[in-house]
Design a binder for this molecule. Structure first.
Ligand code: MG
Length: 300
């Protein structure tokens, strides 16, 4: 049976097989002798074999792809340990090999199917398997990464003002090489910062005519692509926009919608705060706009 045909085995069939495997192991354990060594093996073998069935069932009820693959990872570990204890029973001759060997072969078969399922789940999520593409993150990869992004642009009369992909009605706008969207720029830098991959200025130089007047959406899209390539997804992000006028309150929902779409996350994972600068400095005099972003990335 090749890997693809193993992957195609229905979850219902696999749930029945893992449960049957668990029950057969328990019956085998009942036949083990009463020595202290056999009692120890019985305890370990029953535990990991029943865990194979329980965690496979739990994987099917996973609320996300991440939860699904995490549970299957446990199944893989427990099946591997079950194989170890079954081999030990054979090696120590506690039971006749012909009685244990079929269970060991079933265990190896279940293990191969689960490993193939994990690889398939990673492929379908568009994520490289650890062995096929190295992560940009130094090994071992962290379960979570935090990044911070900051951006500021001058506001000058007569220019368009775009904030988080929303065009605001105002008599001033950003003086910038691109469209000057401080939210998109800071989000891009926050993600790149979390990944430890340069910054927006190095990826999209402001002296490159290619990016003149560019929609900043493309910068976020590149950061999101790099995040996916590294095996991470958005945990949440917290954004603070500093702008004296106009009031950002009416536009927060649209900005959140734009970001959630670009980042592939839920609206609840994006928070936006609007602040004024209390009439202090260029920000307070409506001559500049700034944005801070803190982002949490979670390993997928
Ligand atoms: Mg900028």
């Amino acid at each position: 049976m090749d890997e693809d045909s193993k992957v195609e085995m229905s979850p219902q069939v696999m749930m029945a097989r893992t449960k049957e495997f668990s029950l057969r192991v328990m019956r085998l354990c009942e036949a083990l002798p009463g020595s202290p060594e056999a009692w120890s093996i019985r305890k370990q073998l029953c535990r990991c074999a029943s865990s194979v069935a329980a965690n496979y069932r739990a994987a099917q009820r996973g609320r996300s792809k991440r939860e699904f693959t995490a549970k299957l990872g446990i199944v893989e570990e427990e099946a591997d340990e079950s194989a170890y204890w079954l081999e030990t029973v054979i090696e120590t001759e506690m039971l006749p090999e012909q009685r244990v060997r079929p269970l060991l072969e079933e265990c190896h078969e279940l293990l191969a199917i689960v490993v193939a399922s994990i690889k398939s789940a990673r492929r379908s999520a568009g994520k490289p398997s650890p062995s096929s593409k190295p992560s940009a993150i130094r090994h071992p990869p962290s379960a979570m990464l935090i990044g911070h992004g900051f951006d500021l642009h001058r506001l000058e009369p007569g220019l368009p003002l775009t904030v988080g992909g929303v065009k605001l009605e105002h008599d001033r706008g950003c003086a910038a090489h691109s469209d000057g969207d401080v939210v998109y720029h800071a989000v891009t830098d926050a993600i790149l910062g979390a990944l430890g991959q340069d910054d927006i200025g190095q990826l999209f130089p402001d002296n490159d005519p290619k990016w003149k007047g560019a929609e900043s959406r493309v910068f976020v899209e590149e950061a999101v692509k790099r995040m996916g390539d590294a095996g991470y997804t958005i945990g949440n992000l917290d954004i603070t926009v500093i702008l004296e006028r106009p009031n950002l309150g009416l536009h927060k929902a649209s900005i959140k919608q734009n970001l959630a779409g670009l980042l592939g996350c839920d609206l609840s994972q994006v928070n936006i705060k609007g602040k004024t600068h209390e009439r202090v400095g260029a920000l307070g005099e409506n001559k500049a706009i700034a944005c801070h972003v803190v982002v949490l990335l979670i390993r997928d």
